[in-house]
Write a protein that binds this ligand. Structure first.
Ligand code: AP5
Length: 212
């Protein structure tokens, strides 16, 4: 099964993708995580991506699509994957459709997580991430047992550079799923809208139900 998770920055795509991957075994593919890994390793791709990420803007399509297609060409993505943060626009969606079509596959579900702007700002401002395993936390909504320490692996927690208020403002202006992208999946008959403004467990249940 191939699934896309759509939603504005901070909607809970990453958190829910981690939970769904754990519950279903579906491979979690996050373009944001792939870019951050490249930034951390100071690769050429990382240096290029950082210029855009630091400003809260999307990395150019040709770069992002090339990276994503390389990722889904690996054996562990042969049977399915859940895309978190990809596609962001119709150009990316068509590139993904075409790549899947060459192997007789398609996007089976597109799950759109909706959350109001003021809640998104609060979520991004309070987000903490484990440097070792990537587990996501929120200082109020989903705090670790010990501040600054990951419950899962004991790793150090950090806050993303692009969660600064000025960058968050740009991300919310420029990175909400555009109407054309939502239409793309509605027309394909695979779109499901999920109210993301509920507890973490309630959103997980709604997503798992939509995947049945
Ligand atoms: P990316 O990492 O994909 O960032 P994003 O789309 O802005 O999404 P976030 O990761 O910020 O939020 P999320 O929806 O995953 O929320 P989360 O689960 O963390 O991309 C980063 C950058 O990379 C982009 O800006 C762009 O430059 C580049 N990029 C990536 N993909 C690209 C592409 N395809 N094309 C071009 N450029 C691309 O949750 C947020 C917080 O809320 C957490 O603290 C969590 O604990 C909390 N929370 C979650 N759900 C709930 C809930 N139900 N109740 C209470 N708290 C909750």
């Amino acid at each position: 099964m191939f699934v896309v998770l759509l939603g504005p920055p901070g909607a809970g795509k990453g958190t829910q993708a981690q939970r769904i991957a754990a519950a279903s075994g579906l491979l979690h593919v996050s373009t944001g995580d792939m870019f951050r890994e490249n930034v951390k390793n100071q690769t050429g791709l990382g240096r290029l991506a950082a210029e855009y990420m630091d400003r809260g803007e999307l990395v150019p399509d040709e770069v992002t699509i090339k990276m994503l297609l390389e990722r889904i060409g690996r054996p562990d993505a042969a049977e399915g994957a859940m895309f978190d943060g990809f596609p962001r626009n119709v150009v990316q969606a068509v590139a993904l459709d075409e790549a899947l079509a060459t192997r007789g596959a398609r996007i089976d579900k597109a799950l759109l997580i909706s959350v109001a702007d003021e809640e998104l700002i609060a979520r991004l401002g309070g987000r903490w991430i484990c440097r070792s395993c990537g587990r996501l936390y929120h200082e109020r909504n989903d705090p670790p047992k010990r501040p600054g320490v990951c419950d899962a692996c004991g790793g150090e927690l950090y806050q993303r550079d692009d969660d600064r208020p000025d960058v968050v403002r740009t991300r919310l202006e420029k990175q909400k799923p555009p109407a054309g992208l939502i239409e793309h999946y509605r027309n394909a008959g695979v779109l499901r809208e999920i109210d993301g403004q509920r507890s973490l467990d309630e959103v997980t249940s709604a997503l798992l139900e939509a995947l049945q």
